[in-house]
Design a protein around this ligand. Structure first.
Ligand SMILES: *[C@@H]1O[C@H](CO)[C@@H](O)[C@H](O)[C@H]1NC(C)=O
Ligand SMILES: *[C@@H]1O[C@H](CO)[C@@H](O)[C@H](O)[C@H]1NC(C)=O
Length: 539
């Protein structure tokens, strides 16, 4: 009888040691205090009001490592409520920290909120930006780069340097004036320019013969951009957390809300070269340039700018199809990406989402399946938590396009934890679309023109499609994605084009499990801000 007991003690002892070492190995915490203010910057020639974070425009670069815990106290010194959202950060089990109006109360002026989230099992180039009103048009955005842990290999040699390029369309008009235009029921005018890192002149310096990483994100409001570097080809290595087949490209289309990471070897004669971001699919082409400076160069930039692709949508769609998962390489976790055979899973549900533009009460609104989203005064996530009825509607937006005139609602689509969805974005408009889902990345399995039908499934890439958090949908075309709903919460599905988002092209996906369990979802944060119908409640 004595022996088993001793063994048990031994096992308990081993477990205790393990537990201690797990605590010791807890992922590092990074602490930040960010203060948001207005400031004045001359960007396109004349001074204009911008939104600064810690006096910086764009905001500070967040450089973190996979699994780092981020504790970020955000102090709002604007005259309006404010929130930041972390574009592409999955917020595992933690939609509490997503920073959109469906999950968080906005931070009132002269007040603060401390975000607590983890870059759990993620790697790659991401961004953050203000999700409130039209703040994003004035700044407040920045890069969020998640580096690999030293124990996890990456499928390329460590680059000799790392550049972040936030590219985007820009208005000289203030965010309040832009908002007024939208509130009055009109569309925004064509932007005034394109910026690279908030400027029209930036220089990136590297040494001849060395290889540099360029992390390129489109942080603009609505315009797809084409990115290229004079005399240099770009090796695509990562797209929104996926390690891809490392093809070489002369130029890349980057749509609103998207990020790509490329490697560029400085293998040309020592000189300065143009870096170009120009608007795509627009009648007037706006162009921003920056400079790639070889450290030993004595020769300034010269010659014509490298040309944009001669062809439009079809070319762009073809390029998108060349983005493939490298099945044998890992991403943030040690197992190869290809060990998840997404193409062998039968979807539990198919949802077709058609975007539309129409006038409701004489004002321009955008809708999804005939429902134009309006914000509630109470975050949907908090209404759910405190069981407050009447805040949102779970039967407004349906999983198929509606034939009737658009109406407004605070629309939530109910789904169950562990559903596996096929989502088809059907774009019957002449405008380019960019769709984003919070809390997830998804496989982009197909692009096609015209109307999607079940027969189009034959064209899907069910083997090595990449996962990403934002996909483009070409005019009068469709894009199909697959998504594994393994992250419980209330998640924003939205147009990344901010005019469309602001005027209703969004809704929330409620990924639900009737049993409340900390294994599936973290508890409400102790510092949660309360507003609307949950004022005075105790978490
Ligand atoms: C606001 O900041 C203070 C420290 O300056 C902190 O103690 C407090 O928790 C923050 N409030 C919230 C809601 O996070
Ligand atoms: C795919 O990843 C593997 C493992 O990291 C790497 O050796 C290989 O070169 C990559 N293949 C391509 C085509 O990028």
């Amino acid at each position: 009888m004595g022996k088993p007991v001793m063994k048990l003690h031994l096992i308990i002892g081993v477990l205790a040691v393990l537990a201690v070492s797990l605590v010791n190995a807890e992922d590092p915490y990074l602490y930040y205090t960010w203060t948001v203010t207005y400031g004045t910057r001359s960007i396109l020639g004349a001074p204009q009001q911008v939104i600064l974070i810690n006096n910086q425009f764009p905001g500070p670069k967040l450089d973190v490592v996979t699994n780092n815990n981020i504790i970020l106290n955000l102090i709002n010194k604007l005259d309006q409520p404010f929130l930041l959202t972390w574009n592409g950060v999955k917020q595992r089990k933690n939609s509490w920290q997503d920073g959109v109006l469906g999950t968080n109360c906005p931070i009132p002026p002269n007040s603060n909120y401390t975000y607590k989230f983890q870059a759990k099992d993620q790697i790659g180039s991401y961004t953050y930006f203000p999700s409130t009103l039209m703040h994003r048009a004035a700044g407040g955005f920045g890069a969020l780069n998640i580096y690999h842990r030293s124990v996890i290999p990456i499928p390329y040699a460590n680059p000799d340097g790392d550049f972040t390029l936030l590219i985007g369309d820009w208005y000289k008009t203030s965010h309040k004036a832009l908002q007024q235009t939208l509130d009055s029921g009109k569309s925004l005018p064509f932007p005034h320019g394109v910026l690279i890192n908030g400027q029209t002149k930036t220089t990136f310096t590297g040494e001849q013969g060395k290889t540099y990483m360029f992390r390129i994100s489109n942080v603009g409001l609505s315009t797809s951009l084409n990115f290229r570097i004079q005399g240099h080809s770009m090796k695509l290595v990562e797209v929104e957390g996926s390690h891809v087949i490392q093809n070489l490209y002369d130029s890349l289309d980057v749509h609103v809300g998207q990020s790509v990471t490329v490697l560029v070897t400085l293998n040309q004669p020592p000189k300065d070269y143009y870096i170009v971001a120009s608007t795509r699919f627009t009648r007037t082409v706006l162009t921003a340039t920056a400079v790639l400076h070889y450290a030993n160069s004595q020769t300034p930039v010269s010659g014509p700018l490298p040309a944009a692709p001669a062809y439009k949508y079809h070319w762009s769609m073809q390029q998108a199809r060349t983005y493939r998962w490298n099945l044998t390489s890992n991403a943030a976790r040690p197992n190869p990406q290809g060990s998840f055979h997404y193409g062998k899973i039968t979807p539990t549900k198919t949802i077709v989402l058609a975007n539309s533009a129409s006038y409701i009460n004489g004002k321009l609104r955008y809708a999804v399946n005939g429902v134009s989203y309006v914000n509630a005064d109470t975050p949907l996530k908090l209404a759910d938590y405190f069981n407050i009825p009447g805040v949102f509607s779970m039967n407004a937006v349906q999983g198929v396009p509606s034939g009737v005139a658009a109406t407004v609602a605070t629309s939530v689509m109910p789904t169950n934890l562990h559903d596996f969805l096929e989502v088809v974005f059907q774009n019957n408009e002449n405008a380019m679309q960019s769709w984003h889902l919070d809390g997830y990345d998804f496989w982009v399995v197909g692009f096609g023109s015209g109307q999607w039908t079940p027969k189009k499934r034959r064209t899907y890439n069910l083997v090595d499609a990449l996962t990403r958090h934002t996909t483009q949908v070409y005019p009068n075309s469709w894009t199909a994605i697959l998504v594994s709903l393994d992250n419980q919460g209330m998640w924003n599905m939205r147009s990344a084009s901010w005019e469309r988002q602001y005027l209703g092209q969004q809704f929330y996906l409620r990924v639900w499990n009737p049993v409340r369990s900390l294994a599936n979802e973290y508890d409400i944060p102790s510092n949660v801000l309360l507003c609307g119908k949950v004022v005075g409640r105790h978490p």
